[in-house]
Design a protein around this ligand. Structure first.
Ligand code: G3P
Length: 227
């Protein structure tokens, strides 16, 4: 499903390249996200593994984002992913500059501009307040601040480092008031989500708290209580 925006507050689930989110398990997880979003009346978006993007985007009615795109126009490139191809796959948008897949600032600028022309949403990941402020100048749809040291730690950024969340919201909105500001790293339960929202965030970006959970549906149901 392509779309021009996502509802907030939102939980964006990046399933990364975990074994638990490959193939059939990734498909089932996307269906769980759709089911929880529908039944609980909340906003959930998912970033499937790249090779599953088209299949999952055509099977669920929640927004699907690519995990990464390359700063390239369609053409003679091998093994790269273009914005045009993720749009054809049915994606609503893409993550950009994830901590595990960094890009140069010129490439981020290219992707944000081209995505906007293609009606695709960009969620640009940043590592601190200053980088968030700088990226806001590019006017992406969304900025997700994630301190790298807390990623996958189970220690929620909204609790361990509340200032990076509130300050990022303040500084980003001062530059570009329409920007949807998310925070991520270590978010695992509803309390972590609530803390993020109370700090002014429009939602959270997370991965391991759901993907690695014994019961992924229960983890998600807990998370959405914080929205
Ligand atoms: O993309 C979300 C991510 O980097 C945060 O990961 O496992 O700490 O929720 P995690």
């Amino acid at each position: 499903m392509n779309s021009t925006k996502i509802g907030t507050p939102v939980i964006v689930l990046n399933v990364k390249s975990y074994a638990e989110s490959m193939g059939r398990r990734g498909f089932e997880l996307a269906k769980v996200c759709e089911d929880v979003a529908t039944k609980q009346g909340v906003n959930i978006a998912i970033c499937p593994q790249q090779v599953e993007l088209a299949k999952i985007a055509s099977a669920v009615n929640i927004p699907c984002f690519a995990q990464h795109v390359d700063a390239l126009e369609p053409g003679s490139h091998t093994g790269f992913v273009t914005l045009e191809s993720v749009r054809e796959a049915g994606a609503t948008g893409t993550l950009v500059n994830h901590s595990e897949h960094r890009l140069r600032i010129a490439d981020i600028d290219f992707i944000v501009r081209r995505a906007s022309a293609l009606n695709l949403l960009t969620i640009v990941c940043t590592n601190n307040i200053a980088v968030s402020r700088a990226v806001a100048e590019l006017k992406p749809y969304s900025i997700a601040v994630e301190p790298p040291e807390l990623i996958g730690s189970g220690r929620a950024v909204s609790k361990v480092d509340p200032e990076i969340v509130s300050k990022t919201v303040e500084e980003v909105k001062a530059v570009y008031s329409d920007c949807v500001v998310l925070c991520g790293a270590g978010i695992t339960n509803g309390e972590d989500v609530r803390a993020a929202i109370n700090l002014g965030a429009d939602g959270v970006l997370l991965a391991s708290g759901v993907v690695k959970a014994k019961d992924q549906r229960a983890a998600l149901l807990d998370l959405v209580t914080g929205l």
